[in-house]
Design a protein around this ligand. Structure first.
Ligand code: HEM
Length: 177
């Protein structure tokens, strides 16, 4: 087996990367613009069930991504000729993982404190106000921070693609390795 870095990411990385990107962005946008505006009453139950299930599936994709991140060969890190930007790039990649983990943990924390799984079974009444639970505040702030990080990540990909013109995006797509 060759010890050289491949030119592209492994197809499993590609699938998990784009799946996680789409699932995370949808969870944030729907959380902010569909779920959050609904008043905290029983009418919110089905939207919240879908959100919690989606978050759980996202957690599974994240675990698969972390396992493959450390087990499958990857291309060498991209560089920009700037030590500072290379550091920012590594930090953003790391914080993207931290952000998604933070969303799952704070969402689960809110669910536990609000006894949401008993609410879903109809065993206890719907909580009066999710904002009364500290993890819910963390969930909201982390969502905003994660959106900012996704913005930086997309800006960096566009910089490579259209200013540096090194076709970096092709590495995160299918093709000859
Ligand atoms: C990566 C996964 C997740 C993302 C990106 C996400 C995103 C969001 C966003 C953006 C909001 C609205 C925040 C705001 O506008 O202040 C929200 C609310 C909420 N999420 Fe999540 N979430 C995730 C996972 C979960 C999980 C796993 C659970 C529970 C098991 C959960 C439970 C909740 C609850 C209870 C609310 C509060 C609803 C409200 O106050 O209206 N979330 N989520």
């Amino acid at each position: 087996m060759s010890t050289e870095n491949p030119k592209r990411y492994h197809p499993v990385h590609v699938v998990l990367h784009w799946l996680m990107a789409v699932m995370t962005i949808l969870a944030i946008v729907i959380g902010m613009f569909v779920l959050n505006p609904i008043p905290d009453t029983a009418e919110k139950t089905s939207t919240l069930q879908i959100h919690a299930l989606w978050g759980g599936l996202l957690a599974l994709v994240l675990v698969a991504r972390l396992i493959t991140r450390f087990t499958l060969p990857r291309p060498a890190s991209a560089n920009t000729d700037s030590t500072f930007l290379d550091f920012v790039s590594k930090a953003v990649h790391f914080l993207l993982y931290v952000g998604v983990i933070g969303m799952v943990v704070s969402g689960l924390g809110t669910a536990v404190q609000a006894d949401l799984f008993a609410v879903f079974r109809g065993a206890v009444p719907f909580p009066a106000d999710f904002m009364a639970y500290p993890p819910r505040l963390g969930h909201g702030f982390t969502a905003l921070a994660l959106l900012g990080l996704i913005g930086l990540h997309v800006a960096a990909a566009l910089y490579h693609q259209f200013i540096k013109k090194d076709n970096l995006l092709a590495r995160m797509w299918f093709g000859k390795r």
